[in-house]
Write a protein that binds this ligand. Structure first.
Ligand SMILES: [Fe+2]
Length: 432
């Protein structure tokens, strides 16, 4: 018997309560097709919510958005209605938010553009109360071609590398994936790359939390992800060509969400500030973190920031002036001020872990698809060499990280897709 369950819309909120015994799934279902393309889940505001995003092509009749949640015995538990909008002459984007799920529960879901024809039913398991695992990836940077020439899988495509990585993450029992950016390669946006990004079947079951990367900074990022608590003070303008991300939109794609007692904050470090323009971005990060903390006051023990351009790395971007501008304007001071525990980043396609004098862990993860691998480009006597260097490795194969959160302790394990352990860390919660 179902309890009263609330159903969320993206823009408004309704309650639909279906009596137990009604709503059994009988309608026809369709595997991914032109009705349902690039289906992806993002976290909702907390572990009882989940956001959905998908595309459809113009030849479908209806352009509405529905998600229905099925209980383990396949009774419709709730239906959420969302919104849709055209994203090109041939594509529509659909989004919806489901609220009121119970933690530690195995559901199924279906999506629909007309509430008549539904997709196949996909599994979705909510995070349990207590111990849980999530994965971290960086720079999957899907292309339409092969991996880097120096990858140990150089003859395979980035799509194959990424699919293997997602399969490993699924087999590790992660409940969702946190990304450090660069999901696709083409700066101007290429839908074929997004097709490859969302192709792995596991992504129909695991929310994927992106931090926007410099390769992602065009409107396709906004069309393909349904972010919780997005901090856009100005609406995104996709009506003209060129990057929609600029200093005028410094808080665009910053967002936050909480799973159990871990507050996650995604920050947008895709712009290329100089010394005189970086302050505005740091102010926007500060505002986002303050908003996230205020909205979740008393509900979190840990804070994890994920963003793209690592400030503690040794790869090809270690000397970049835009990253130095973020640091000089106070990016790392902000992490200290706000008591951030773990800062996850990418951009450099090499694994690096440092620990600063305050005990903050900075982890740079390498590519999860094998597109590019950068060797260390600075030496330990360089001014830019991170003072708190713990380890750096370049294995030239895709990698992923699994974080297990167990109350006041996290264990963080990074592996290559062939099973080699790259790094292991037990992280106790600091007394702040
Ligand atoms: Fe990248």
């Amino acid at each position: 018997m179902f309890k009263k369950i609330y159903i969320s819309l993206s823009t408004f909120f309704v309650l639909t309560l279906l009596a137990c015994g009604t709503g059994t799934v009988t309608s026809s279902s369709t595997e991914q097709s032109n009705n349902f393309e690039t289906i992806t889940l993002q976290p909702g505001s907390n572990a009882t919510e989940v956001n959905f995003n998908w595309y459809s092509s113009n030849d479908t009749v209806s352009k509405k958005s529905f998600v229905r949640i099925l209980s383990p015995n396949r009774i419709t538990a709730l239906v959420a209605t969302g919104t849709s909008e055209p994203v090109s002459e041939t594509k529509f984007r659909h989004k919806a938010t489901v609220k009121g799920l119970q933690q530690g529960t195995s559901y199924k879901y279906q999506i629909s553009n007309d509430s008549v024809n539904w997709s196949v039913a996909y599994d979705y398991k909510t995070v349990p109360v207590g111990t849980f695992k999530f994965a971290v990836v960086g720079d999957p940077q899907l292309s339409t071609g092969t991996q880097d020439h120096n990858s140990i899988f150089a003859d395979r495509t980035t799509a194959e590398g990424w699919a293997t990585t997602v399969g490993k993450i699924v087999s590790e029992g992660a409940y969702f994936i946190v990304s450090a950016g660069d999901h696709v390669d083409n700066f101007n946006g290429n839908e074929l790359e997004y097709d490859n990004l969302f192709a792995p079947a596991g992504l129909r079951n695991l929310p994927f939390a992106p931090a926007i990367g410099n390769h992602d900074a065009n409107c396709l990022f906004a069309y393909h992800f349904n972010l919780p608590n997005e901090q856009n003070t100005k609406p995104l303008d996709c009506s003209s060509s060129g990057s929609a991300w600029s200093a005028a939109n410094s808080d665009l794609s910053n967002y936050y969400y909480i799973y159990n007692r871990v507050l996650f904050i995604a920050l947008n470090t895709t712009p290329y500030p100089n010394a005189s323009s970086a302050d505005g971005y740091i102010a926007a990060f500060d505002a986002t973190i303050k908003t996230a903390k205020a909205a979740n006051a008393g509900k979190y023990d840990w804070i994890i920031v994920h963003h793209h351009k690592s400030t503690q790395s040794v790869g090809i971007h270690a000397n970049d002036s835009d990253i130095q501008a973020y640091v000089d304007a106070g990016f790392e001071r902000l992490m200290t001020t706000h008591g951030v525990d773990l800062v996850l980043a990418g951009h450099d396609h090499i694994f690096v872990r440092t620990e600063d004098s305050d005990g903050i862990i900075y982890m740079t993860v390498t590519t999860a698809s094998g597109l590019k691998f950068y060797p260390p480009s600075i030496t330990p006597d360089s001014q830019k060499w991170p003072a708190g260097m713990v380890t750096h490795t370049q294995n030239q194969e895709p990698e992923y990280t699994i974080v297990e959160v167990n109350g006041k302790t996290m264990t963080i394990t990074t592996k290559t897709i062939t099973g080699k352990q790259v790094d292991f860390l037990t992280l106790p919660k600091r007394n702040l």
